[in-house]
Design a protein around this ligand. Sequence first.
Ligand SMILES: Nc1ncnc2c1ncn2[C@@H]1O[C@H](COP(=O)(O)OP(=O)(O)OP(=O)(O)O)[C@@H](O)[C@H]1O
Ligand SMILES: [Mg+2]
Length: 218
Amino acid sequence: MEIRLENVWFTYDGSSYVLKNVNLEFANPGLYILMGPNGSGKTTLLKIISLLFKPTKGRVLIDNADFWNMIEKDKQEVRSRIAYVRDKPILVRGTARYNLELGLKLRNNVEVDKSLINNLVKRYMLEDLLSKPASKLSSGQAKIITILRALILNPRILALDEPFTFLDNTRTMLLIQDLAKLVDNGSIIIIATHYMHRDLRTRAKQITELVNGEIIHT
Ligand SMILES: Nc1ncnc2c1ncn2[C@@H]1O[C@H](COP(=O)(O)OP(=O)(O)OP(=O)(O)O)[C@@H](O)[C@H]1O
Ligand SMILES: [Mg+2]
């Protein structure tokens, strides 16, 4: 699956544009990084890429078809292959395990693959958390749960907004490794971040810099 943004503009208030004529293409598997100062438009752009926001002007092409002109059924099908993880983790009432499994349950309506989940839980050292209520998790614990919840969907396109804030070094390294694995399996991963971890830079396929809603460098 390929995503192309063509002359994308976006305004929240109808007067000032926070994205200005953005052209970007995500055609091949890889780790794509969006960088830029606070307020430069990274989150807005990521939501447009994830098909959550419709551009005020311009087009989003999915395999050359204009997403926002698709019929509802096709939109749903495309969206089912994309996962977006917010910067601030939001969990629902229930245990950490319930939250971790929720994405799979909602999306595929299939039995959750317990061994996949158990392996991830071990890998990220989350065993002790699983039976805790989501409301009692620390910020980093909540964040990793929301990221893993998206990872286990095996999305073709995964958009992560500031995934490393709140995460410690060990889990950051594990996550970068797991993202690289997902890329090896053919996924496109797009990360908005301030923090350019060294491992991330070396693995990045493309680094795009946004200033004031404009791409200054890609
Ligand atoms: N819901 C909103 N309503 C109105 N303006 C908004 C809204 N969300 C963001 N903005 C504005 O749009 C611009 C881009 O914001 P955005 O959140 O996309 O930036 P960002 O690069 O993700 O910033 P940060 O690094 O702080 O996360 C900012 O000027 C911001 O004030
Ligand atoms: Mg942001």
